[in-house]
Design a protein around this ligand. Sequence first.
Ligand code: PEP
Ligand code: CO
Length: 452
Amino acid sequence: MFEDDTHKIAALAHAWRDKPALHQPHYEDEAELAAVMQRLAKMPPLVFAGECDRLRESIAAAQRGEAFVLMGGDCAESFEQITADRIRAKVRTLLQMSVILTYGASVPVVKIGRMAGQYSKPRSQATETIGDITLPSYLGDSINGHEFTAAARRHDPHRLEEAYLYSVATLNLMRAFTRGGFADLRSVHDWNRGFIANPAYVRYEKTASEIDRAMRFVTAAGVDGAQLAETQIYSSHEGLVLPFEEIMMRIDSRTHDPYLTSAHFLWIGERTRDVNGAHVEMFSHARNPIGVKLGPTTTPDTALALIDKLNPEGEPGRLTFITRMGAGRVEEALPPLVEAVQRDGRPVTWVSDPMHGNTIKASNGIKTRRLSDIMAEIRGFFAVHEALGSHPGGIHVELTGDDVTEVLGGSEEIFEETLTERYESLVDPRLNHQQSLELAYQLAEMLRDVHL
Ligand code: PEP
Ligand code: CO
């Protein structure tokens, strides 16, 4: 499938190797890194180019209002938490949300996990101080360990190899669950069972029973069982560590084009999206569908420069802008960007990340978010697109399938005092299983009112 042609990549690489690259690990031993890279170069790709092409087409459908993108998963995956139970819970949560959203939007939901490779983090502080000890910040399991010791916090290139292997294991199980019958839509009623005990359930019961009826109708009408039982969840992560992404860049033997084969979809973070930086340069050479996070300080000129660089030909589905403005700012910060893109004419798929503009510190100092702010940002995102006649293409959220207490609010309410009970995230607070379903039900109501 992919040509064993590192020369072609090496010829391209000079374009980004000379450019400024922010938020990179610093390895003490170049030879150690080189040895890891040599082994990774021989490893097979995680994804195939044809899958990336199909995802690009599905994202293009979302841009036209004919599909809706659901991206979700951990802020940072951790090696220790790669267990069958946790992966199953996350996959199940994404599938449940997707059923609810499909019902609301009456269009296919494109499912993308922040999974199977979300192992590196840009951090606002390079170091962390506890008491009188200062150590390098935790940058994600592919770079260093979370434990607050000098040994764990050392940037260790072997972790890139581990990240590759953990990504393989995760993606394998995601594929098994979605192809092997676990995803059977007819079992949606069972999936919903956990949510029935939620005090909010009465509010959503009507929708839930309508979905049930629709399922029974589809089954009774004799729709092919295999179609109901199989689906696809694509993989995605922030493309941050450039040596790793470069070594996973491979040439597709069908088209002779380069693809980033560490995931189907990669996005560039708010902190590394400099149009003259190494990340944007590298990604401009790959054929995958690409996302860029846009915060509230983004200017229309920056958005257009990113289009010039990442999607000069205006290929549908190629470029997604993932906006993370904050609930209070979305309605003023988003319209100038949408209008500039509309005037330009090249297609962009708009996805809302309602998490990263709404991070707060609880009075006890814990990093959290309010579910009400998250919903308010999504509502603002919908309102802007509705007003400007463009399509809200999807959402990008941090969630887990587990019963954690990291985000405030929800009908099984989590308060500041209860945040510490099961706060397991290594970086940002995630929606738990119940909060994720509640978000999906509310979003389904919004989608029903919108003419996608
Ligand atoms: C993230 O998605 O975890 C993240 C760091 O987001 P952003 O680049 O939008 O700050
Ligand atoms: Co995050």
